[in-house]
Write a protein of this length. Structure first.
Length: 336
């Protein structure tokens, strides 16, 4: 009886332990960080340290499906990028994609990611070039320079133009706008892929034109289109690619020649940041243009105080407006 009773107790205990183990396994799978439920007594000190590192690393990632996951550790942080943060949510940035052609120059047509009917209904010139125009910090897709660029492109050739308006993510603080460019790039790459598949647009005829932060955003578009969707973006033109948080960083972080088949950059505001320059000076393209040395341009030497006065107290707005005016003038002869 004693033996039988002992066996029953052991069997019952084993069953309870098995049940408890199943519950623990289920709870572990439901855990938001998905940690492996292993007793630390079974791990060596090195394994315990690695597990803690993995738990710390988990907090360095944030995912926004279907656009991907974003990491804020190296190379996205470091000496040249002391502040690294996650992009805001897609619904907060809420980029708008406004399509123009000669058929609807005065009646813009909005394209929506994953809404294929908005692509099918657009009056695309399927064999023509498609230009993506991406503005920068403190800017928006309705600004005069954006609309002027669109109109001059349509006047010059029978093409397709998509204005990327990410005003919801382009405001201060600057560090957050920098982070938001990564998600805007990923979202725009998804739309570009759908334009290829649904709109029958040739990716080699896609040309992304970006100013300031928009130049690096073009880089993210090209990188994501190649890495995730296996298509090469035809061309990128960077107009004064932004310097703060991008200078001397990894090519993964900034615009670089691998982001498109052909990359050009125009540097017109490359003075040191401390003296008011906002554009990057290091080469970031296959061909980098430096008009007048890439620093002070005729008509742009208003100085910091005048820049602030002319742009309602915003140093960034003043410097960006002068910077863009110069780079835009030079880019008119470099787009084709």
């Amino acid at each position: 009886m004693f033996v039988n009773g002992t066996m029953l107790i052991l069997a019952y205990t084993a069953n309870m332990m098995a049940t408890l183990a199943e519950k623990n396994a289920s709870l572990a799978l439901d855990n938001s960080v998905q940690k492996i439920n292993v007793s630390t007594t079974t791990l060596s000190p090195e394994e315990q340290e690695n597990q803690l590192d993995l738990e710390d690393q988990w907090h360095m990632w944030r995912c926004f499906e279907p656009y991907g996951c974003f990491y804020i550790g190296s190379p996205w942080s470091g000496e040249n990028r002391p502040v690294s943060t996650f992009p805001a949510r897609p619904d907060e940035i809420n980029p708008r994609y406004v399509f123009y052609s000669r058929d609807n120059e005065d009646q813009p047509h909005e394209l929506k990611i994953d809404k294929h009917e908005t692509i099918r209904q657009a009056p695309f010139r399927k064999k023509a070039d498609l230009y993506l125009i991406i503005h920068g910090f403190l800017d928006n897709g309705d600004k005069t320079w954006v609309m002027r660029t669109m109109k001059e492109l349509l006047q010059r050739e029978d093409c397709n133009v998509v204005i990327v308006n990410w005003i919801g993510g382009a405001g201060p603080p600057y560090t957050q706008a920098v982070a938001n460019t990564r998600l805007v790039g990923a979202m725009t790459a998804r739309l570009a892929y759908q334009l290829i598949k649904v709109g029958d647009i040739d990716p080699m005829k896609m040309h992304c034109i970006g100013h300031s932060l928009g130049a690096h955003t073009c880089g993210y578009v090209g990188y994501t289109l190649r890495q995730k969707y296996e298509h090469s973006l035809g061309r990128i033109t960077g107009l004064d690619p932004a310097e703060p948080h991008f200078s001397n960083t990894s090519t993964m972080v900034r615009l670089d020649p691998t982001d498109a088949v052909f990359v050009t950059a125009i540097h017109t505001d490359g003075s040191p940041f401390i003296s008011g320059g906002l554009g990057i000076t290091q080469p970031v393209a296959h061909i980098d243009f430096y008009p007048n040395g890439g620093r002070n341009q005729p008509g742009c030497n208003e100085g910091v105080l005048n820049s602030i006065t002319l742009e309602r107290g915003s140093f960034f707005r003043g410097e960006l407006s002068f910077s863009f005016h110069a780079s835009f003038v030079f880019s008119n002869n470099c787009i084709n």
